[in-house]
Design a protein. Sequence first.
Length: 263
Amino acid sequence: MTHQTDSTPEPGIRLYRKGPVAEVVIHLSSQKNSFRAADVQHLGALLDEIQASDARCLLLRGGAGVFSAGWDLSSVDMASADPMAVIGDVVGPFCKRLREFPLPALSAVAGPALGFGLGLALACDICIADEDALLGSPFRNIGFVPDTGAHYFLLERLGYHRAAELIYTGRLLSGQAAAEERLINRAVPAGTVVEEARKLADLIASGPTQAFRLSKDILLRGGSFDAMMALEATHQAAVFSTADTAEGLQAFLQRRKPVFVGR
């Protein structure tokens, strides 16, 4: 994995290693970090690189105080565009990949997270935002149907009536309102989201990575009480042979803080 610093001036999507945390920074040359298909493919390649590395947590954020205003609509030619192909072959598979990424994934939202940007933020396991961030999928303003999983996340987290209102009105939520509505995990004072997200990422990256991976699998599968209990038993047996489980048990018996290594 490439080791870089935040001072990299060139626009693009940059990957930084901060100890066990892989930090991906979106800093596109387009207005407000708006995406094109090539940018999504580049982001997917970075996920491949992170997954193949020894990273233990993913942090996704925007550069220059902006997460992403969504798709670069200036790249859309209504006469020749094939939205089903773009969503079916590029956007949809990537959002599914990010949601099912085997490491704990956090998003830190400053400024707008709209449309595709909202999908990126909510596909991560945990999303925190500046209080004055703006989140939503105002597709009604351009006559489009919200995509990138917006219907799923809004319905699952807000309920039918609130999801319908946001879709029909295009109303945006501040970071504070999104946290109060439980669309995201929490909001933090304006300008502090990167600092707070890094603290959280460091804490998570110091934990038993394999156990987290298995817990994430259980949460994503969902199901009935019995089904999830059965999966817990299966995954508990799998994690029992890991180095971190041995360390955790030994540390408990010795009344000390465990030092997990991610294996």
